[in-house]
Design a protein around this ligand. Structure first.
Ligand code: AMP
Length: 370
């Protein structure tokens, strides 16, 4: 199957060609025709599957550039993911002249307001800032034809249930809704019942084995104190292109970053406690390869496409099994090879066993055991 099969706007096809996208990914194959048809859609989908373009392609195809109103609204949990959607949509809509804009918390509202006045076709937003604009009557959503909610379960986990209900309640005109989520908790089903019309349910992950391009390695450490020196040795041995190192708290992120800076260059950190502007700068630098080692909390674990990441290191074992997959999924993307290395102590062994049974993967133990 090729993109021509979908009868897309020729200008969108031109952009896809410029981007080097030759054929649709399986997620795109399934979802693009449904979106073009105008169906409501609930999809279980994982990141790295081409989900961003699966939304952006039909959205750009549908936009009427002679109308300067917002025609598609994409709501996502984090500013990083918002920027990813905005960039991808901009590229896909470039030849057609689709105007894309992201309104993000922490940035100057007056500037954002001015930009909106100039005409925007596709708006990407995080829930909080979007609601600020709705309350300030600074945004016109009456012409929105497509609403996309991505990482819906994460938004619910962040306490955005009422905000999502509110946003969806604001779109009173006929429109289409697409909801993407990695899991389907009860609240999502409730949202779907309240706001969607006979949604088509697609499982774009069900039963699929984890990507084989990703290898899982484990290092057994005596205790948490021993981890730092083992990490330094490990990073020298692995010699990663770019590496994301996860810890479980903001405090640990900062202290680990300080320690690594003594031994390596191009080290920085990212967590949700940083000012929004700083977070964008760090994410941008990492995407451009200016940062080699990024120490982060799970703010960097989901949704983002850091295609240059060759290694993910779990300095601490994630608190939830699901988080392991999200973290590991930051590498080995789009068919590239990736390695996820986890530093574990004996206390983690039971959880480790459970996770890998679930993943149907055999991790490799590396390094010295104690
Ligand atoms: P996502 O799951 O949206 O984070 O996308 C993962 C990666 O796949 C991104 O780097 C995209 O640029 C890339 N991608 C998406 N769709 C295609 C396609 N049809 N052909 C080639 N690369 C793609």
């Amino acid at each position: 199957m090729t993109f021509e099969t979908f009868d897309l706007d020729p200008l969108v096809l031109d952009s896809l060609r410029d981007m080097g996208y030759e054929k649709p990914t399986p997620v795109q194959e399934k979802s693009i025709p449904l979106v073009i048809e105008g169906k409501d859609l609930i999809a279980l989908a994982e990141t790295g599957s081409g989900k961003t373009a699966a939304c952006a392609i039909p959205v750009c195809h549908k936009v009427d550039t002679s109308d300067s109103h917002i025609q598609a609204l994409i709501v996502v949990p984090t500013r990083e993911l918002a920027l990813q959607y905005a960039t991808e949509s901009q590229k896909i809509g470039r030849e057609k002249g689709v105007k894309v804009f992201a309104i993000l918390g922490g940035e100057d509202m007056d500037l954002q307001r001015a930009k909106l006045k100039g005409g925007v076709h596709v708006l990407v937003a995080t829930p909080g800032r979007l609601i600020d604009f709705i309350y300030a009557r600074a945004i016109n959503l009456t012409r929105v034809e497509t609403l996309i909610l991505d990482e819906a379960d994460q938004m619910l986990g962040m306490g955005f249930y009422e905000d999502l209900e509110f946003i969806m309640g604001c779109l009173i005109q006929e429109h289409q809704t697409m909801l993407f989520s990695a899991t389907m908790p009860q609240e999502i089903k409730k949202i779907a019942e309240n706001h969607m019309k006979n949604p088509v349910e697609l499982s774009l992950i069900g039963g699929r084995p984890a990507p084989t391009q990703l290898s899982h390695k484990l290092v057994l450490c005596r205790d948490n104190q021993a981890k730092l020196s083992q990490l330094a040795v490990l990073l020298k041995e692995l010699n990663p292109g770019q590496c994301l190192i996860f810890t479980n708290s903001r405090r640990e992120v900062e202290s680990l970053c300080r320690d690594l800076k003594k031994k390596f260059s191009a080290v920085d950190f990212l967590h949700g406690g940083l000012e929004q502007g700083v977070r964008s700068i760090i994410t941008g630098k990492f995407l451009r390869g200016k940062i080699r080692f990024l120490v982060a909390t799970d703010v960097a674990a989901r949704g983002l496409d850091f295609s240059g990441v060759t290694h993910v290191v779990n300095f601490h074992f994630p608190r939830e099994q699901e988080t392991y997959m999200h973290r590991a999924g930051r590498t080995g993307r789009s068919g590239r090879k990736g390695t996820c290395v986890t530093l574990v102590t004996r206390r983690d062994l039971k959880t480790v066993d459970q996770i890998f049974k679930k993943l149907k993967q055999k991790p490799e133990w590396i390094g010295k055991s104690f």
